[in-house]
Design a protein. Structure first.
Length: 307
């Protein structure tokens, strides 16, 4: 296949994915009374923002943006989040895990150092209840992890915010059952059928800006259990561990306590696309410490209300 034909086929593939995502986004706006779009500043939620722009501009989004902030996020990502929201002129609601800790609804042995990643589920459910959201649009994709692969595009959550993979609704063709009773809600995943490679190719096509840590940079890391743990006050070196300065980038961004970079010299989007095309390890498998505790760790968190 020559380069022009390959480029044309890839463009048609991205057009089809984009069209499906726009349809889903508009379906949420039409069928749900009080939806929200989850925006963390990460690459998948950046793609969701572009989909929302294409679905609803030049009007305002028919929903606010919501971020569940652990208080232990990378500063580059938070700064990017705030800058992008300001550019769009949209409303941002921040649910704070720190506030949940103060209220006593989240309890950690050491609130200053313990991972707050799983605790996001509590804060998310509190934010949904406070604002009465009946649908939360997120950037999860089925290729990320085994539990993600079980998700429907419209993922039903009961009145306790829990997800039961055996009680999901059938999705035939483009027909979605959005009916919920008071207290129940939907998590909706418009880019569920995308892959990590699709996301990066779309970012390239749309020329989307991203937090700088997605690109190669020097960082002090600690080699640990096959991962490169970033050296921070939350993730210090343990006794006997070595600290190295490596050229790395982040494939996914999240709570500092559980998110690791990968060794990479890919300093631009084209280089990342080339690297992603040949990788054999999923982004969560390569970068998330909390997903390595057991194969069922993500599914367990999702059943408790996680994204």
């Amino acid at each position: 296949m020559n380069a022009l034909v390959e480029q044309h086929v890839n463009s048609r593939h991205l057009d089809a994915l984009e069209s499906e995502a726009i349809h889903i986004m508009r379906e949420v706006a039409a069928e749900c009374s009080n939806p929200a779009l989850l925006f963390s500043g990460g690459k998948d939620s950046v793609v969701l923002l572009r989909i929302a722009e294409k679905a609803f501009r030049p009007g305002k989004f028919p929903f606010p943006l919501v971020h569940i902030d652990t208080g232990h996020n990378f500063q580059e990502v938070i700064e990017f989040r705030d800058r992008r929201v300001a550019e769009l002129g949209e409303r941002l609601i921040v649910g704070s895990v720190e506030e949940s800790i103060r209220k006593g609804t989240v309890r950690l042995r050491n609130p200053q150092t313990d991972s707050r990643n799983a605790a996001q589920a509590v804060t998310l459910l509190e934010t949904i209840a406070e604002h009465g959201f009946d649908a939360c649009i997120g950037g999860a994709r089925r290729d990320e992890e085994k539990a993600r692969a079980k998700e429907r595009i419209f993922s039903f959550r009961d009145e306790f915010g829990q997800w039961d993979p055996k009680a999901q609704r059938p999705e035939l063709w483009d027909l979605y059952n959005t009916r919920v009773h008071p207290g129940e809600n939907m998590r909706v995943f418009p880019i569920s059928n995308w892959t990590e490679l699709d996301v990066w190719q779309y970012i390239a096509r749309e020329k989307l800006a991203l937090p700088s840590i997605y690109f190669a940079h020097e960082r002090q890391v600690i080699p640990r259990n096959g991962l490169l743990v970033p050296l921070t006050s939350l993730t210090p070196a343990r006794e006997g561990e070595s600290i190295e300065t490596r050229v790395v980038r982040f494939r996914t961004v999240g709570d500092i306590s559980c998110t690791c970079p990968v060794a990479s010299d890919a300093a631009d989007v084209d280089s990342i696309i080339a690297e992603t095309a040949v990788t054999e390890v999923t982004e969560r498998g390569a970068t998330r410490m909390d997903d390595q505790t057991s194969e069922a760790s993500m599914e367990k968190r999702k059943k408790q209300g996680y994204f």
